[in-house]
Design a binder for this molecule. Structure first.
Ligand code: PBG
Length: 339
């Protein structure tokens, strides 16, 4: 069959353009479709009331206090978006070397989850399990005297953090820290405390990427990281087999969902993860990807349709769902298309 591609005598019998001529046949042969059910909306959470702050490097994205977040949640439900993901902005005075605020049952995230779940029980709430918003140095874990991020001690804090999120009612806990063994440890702790329904979305293949820059501005961990980097725990952008290995471990340790992050620059990894494991597979279109598209659109260099095209590429590569700051925009566009 493949030989026919090169067999010129097949023309004009083979005119692939026939199927592209009209909208009806283009629609009929569409292999992948994006829907609002594919989207997860990441939100930055502020302390207080009536607080909203723009994130300069992410035009259109704001940090919001809980009262405004409730409005967002209502919109997500209306748009048919199944889940929101919460990222806290933690005051400097609450950051510490031991990141104890991460598992405070009255902490910002824990209170936010409780309120959102009681107001919108049908909306999925996902929380980030990692210490970077809570450490003075902005690393995802605890450090030793040499500044090395220590694994097992960090995991013991992550367990407490994940349990406090589950207790507050989080539907999905999402460890984004890349410590070894954390999925198994968190799963065991959840089971032991009878949180048997709490799902784990593992940031399994998380790369040490420069595309996280605007996110670190948004949560205020960029300044703290001050020239530091995350190379000793996040993955080298040069590798793909290593990603498969990480995903295999997380599945074995009890992850319900696995994730590849960032998105567009790692579509090959996403494709391999999905085809190798056939697990519910997610991708994070990260802050830098968002900023890049928004900057080009704002300058008139690209049009807005590039947004849905970028999201569709994730579906093609095998994603079951996409974390994206464009979630609300995309769901609105899709709704209008169907009208
Ligand atoms: C922190 C975390 C990061 C992101 C999600 N959780 C940043 C980092 O690892 O430094 C990035 C998200 C984005 O860039 O949109 N554990």
């Amino acid at each position: 069959m493949t030989r026919q591609f090169f067999d010129l005598s097949a023309f004009p019998r083979q005119r692939p353009r026939r199927m592209r001529k009209d909208a009806f046949s283009r629609r009929l042969m569409q292999e992948h479709r994006l829907s609002s059910a594919d989207l997860i909306y990441p939100c930055f959470v502020l302390e207080g009331e009536k607080q909203r702050e723009a994130v300069p490097s992410m035009p259109g994205v704001e940090r919001l206090s809980l009262d405004y977040l409730l409005e967002e949640a209502r919109q997500l439900v209306t748009l048919g978006i199944p889940m929101m993901a919460l990222f806290p902005v933690i005051a400097t005075e609450k950051k510490s070397l031991d990141a104890a605020e991460a598992y405070n049952s009255e902490g910002l995230i824990q209170r936010t989850v409780r309120t959102l779940k009681s107001a919108f029980p049908e909306l999925g709430i996902m929380t980030d399990v990692a210490l970077d918003p809570y450490t003075t140095h902005g690393q995802d874990g605890l450090i030793d005297d040499d500044g090395y991020i220590v694994n097992d001690e960090t995991v013991s804090v992550l367990i407490k953090q994940a349990l406090s999120h589950a207790q507050a009612g989080a539907d999905v806990v999402a460890p984004s820290d890349m410590m070894d063994g954390r999925i198994g440890a968190i799963r065991e702790a959840l089971e032991n405390h009878h949180y048997i329904h709490t799902r784990i979305m593992a940031y399994s293949a998380k790369y040490a990427s420069q595309f996280y820059g605007p996110f670190r501005d948004a949560v205020g961990s960029a300044g703290n990281l001050a020239g530091g980097n995350k190379y000793s725990y996040q993955m080298d952008p040069a590798n793909t087999d290593e990603a498969l290995h990480e995903v295999a471990l997380d599945i074995q340790e009890g992850a319900d969902m696995v994730m590849v992050k960032p998105g567009l620059p790692y579509l090959d990894v996403l494709y391999r993860v999905k085809t190798t494991f056939q697990k519910p597979t997610f991708v994070y279109q990260v802050s830098g990807e968002y900023a890049m598209l928004q900057a080009a659109i704002a300058n008139g260099w690209l049009n807005e349709q590039t947004i849905l095209e970028s999201l569709l590429s994730f579906k093609r590569a095998g994603a079951d769902g996409i974390l994206t700051y464009f979630a609300k925009y995309a769901a609105e566009q899709l709704r209008n298309q169907h009208d």
